[in-house]
Write a protein that binds this ligand. Structure first.
Ligand SMILES: [Zn+2]
Ligand SMILES: [Zn+2]
Length: 254
């Protein structure tokens, strides 16, 4: 059973619902032994920069580390950088200012559009959008000082809602280039458990990508819930473990 979850959000994120302590309590109740609380740092197009008050964040993390370590839970500090490939100087300054245990690099925006929503496909062939997305993932892996590449399938979340499960082999070349960059730069691929079983054939498509990752020399995959509330911690970790093992990979433990 997977007992690690290195991607979740607390109330230090605008969209997080629970405190760091509440996340720790839930993780313990589920038998997890290591978690990272990785709140959002974002540079939204046409909006103001978002980041937690990291002095307060680290004070909470230190308090919880002291409280939960004796109970068998290792709590790591961390953050999730949205589109860090477009903000190198600010990322480097932030990572120099604070010592994070887990640094996640993510794609949240493509061509100025929030890729949480299906309108990022308006006027485009979905496979062109997928190709551009994986080109940006390749840039994050190659140029940003992060340790985990989050939700590699995120562009498929709105894409599948609008167009059905992607025919993954149609974008094998750009996906493999992104995976090659992840391996070459010693990053860990995340399997985000949030959308597992999203559409028919979904898990098979993800298994194909994990198989390519293995073929490119990747070995460790972080099964992460990306929970924004306590009830989402640990979801589908059994399914995630099955996919990771079926691909010949190993669940990542820090
Ligand atoms: Zn994210
Ligand atoms: Zn997240």
């Amino acid at each position: 059973m997977i007992v690690t979850d290195l991607h979740m959000h607390s109330t230090f994120s605008l969209d997080g619902s629970n405190t760091v302590a509440e996340l720790c309590e839930q993780a313990l109740s589920l038998g997890l032994t290591q978690i990272a609380v990785t709140d959002h740092v974002e540079w939204p197009p046409n909006s103001v920069h978002q980041r937690p008050d990291f002095d307060r964040y680290f004070a909470d993390v230190r308090t919880c580390q002291a409280r939960y370590s004796p109970r068998g839970l290792t709590l790591f500090s961390g953050l999730e950088l949205g589109n860090p490939q477009d903000h190198h100087a600010e990322v480097d300054a932030l990572l120099a200012e604070y010592a994070f245990d887990v640094v996640i690099g993510s794609m949240h925006w493509l061509d100025g559009q929030n890729i949480h929503y299906t309108h990022c496909f308006d006027g485009h062939d979905p496979y062109d959008v997928y190709t551009r997305y994986f080109g940006e993932i390749e840039q994050i892996a190659a140029t940003v000082s992060c340790s985990i590449i989050a939700h590699f399938d995120r562009i498929f979340w709105p894409g599948a809602s609008r167009f059905g499960t992607p025919q993954i082999t149609r974008i094998e070349a750009p996906v493999r280039r992104a995976l090659q960059a992840i391996v070459a730069h010693d990053k860990i691929l995340e399997l985000n458990t949030r959308f597992l079983t999203h559409t028919p054939g979904w898990n098979d498509a993800l298994l194909t990508v994990l198989g390519w990752y293995r073929a490119e020399g990747g070995r460790f995959v972080a099964a992460n819930s990306d929970a924004h509330r306590v009830a989402e911690i640990g979801r589908h970790r059994d399914l995630a473990e099955g996919l990771i093992m079926a691909a010949g990979c190993t669940p990542y433990v820090r």
